[in-house]
Design a protein around this ligand. Sequence first.
Ligand code: MG
Length: 332
Amino acid sequence: MTNREDRLIDRIRKKIPSAAGGILRAGIGDDAAVLRAPASSEWLVTVDPFIEDVHFLADAYPPDAVGWKALVRATSDIAAMGAMPQLFLLSLAIPAKRTGRWLDAMLAGMARAAERLGLRLAGGDTAQSSRKNPKVSISVTVFGTVQRGRALLRSGARPGDAIFVTGRLGAAQLGLELILRGLHRERRWKKQLAAQFYPQIFPGLAAWLAEHRLATAMMDISDGLSTDLDRLCRASGVGARIHAATFLSANVPRELARLRLDPLKLALHGGEDYGLLFTVPKRLASRIPRAPGDVPLTRIGKIVPGRGVRLVAVGGSSSLLVARGWDHFSKR
Ligand SMILES: [Mg+2]
């Protein structure tokens, strides 16, 4: 008779790809995973928590979206440096009431993300959350590899570089606004919730930028463009000038007006999109639209000497952009 934790680990390993082989010499089943160091490569590692009532609301989130997003948002940080995601560790604390169908669905969502991203589970740990605080708490550690010296940092942007972003800025925030208004139960909003529940990332594009030395700096947009572009500029010791007209669609979706949401604020300060933000020397910028994969790309402005991010409004006037994205330590 195996104990409960062993049975739970068995359920997890049956659902999520975890077979040893290649760079994973020994995975689940031993006390620690044994990783082979790939020749002429470097390891990248990052950890990301995904906690009920802090990062997601269990009542609003489909359980498979919890598994999908927990893995995708952690992997986003590896991809955003131009590395290929390889392995992950899962640390899971769940209340007893969620160990049945909820857990199966959550693991199915995580397995789907693992397959999409080419990730294998190398190990982890499970526990039951305390009765006093019966919440789901997921911690994901992701390992990636990149050719030695090719990882893209935030600090490489230079004046004159073009600034690109992927995806639709503010799409995930719109989903969150719907949840906060209790509208996520209505079928007609389903499409607008996808970016919040099932964010998409593009490690292939990011690796292509690193491999061909096209980008000078890169990061993912997790806390909103205004905050993350400010971080990139500070790390590089430069400023930026971006144009609202490039990322603001001319016809504002009717639903935004109905919800009294300002599309410019959503695009500038909305978090959780996990799109890529990267800079490219001007002479190489024409190669970016020919990137592999069908990734929506937008050139939003350029890096300038000095400090601060200036926003050029659709009308042409320019003003200093204050970072107002997600701040984990501010009270809302
Ligand atoms: Mg990041």
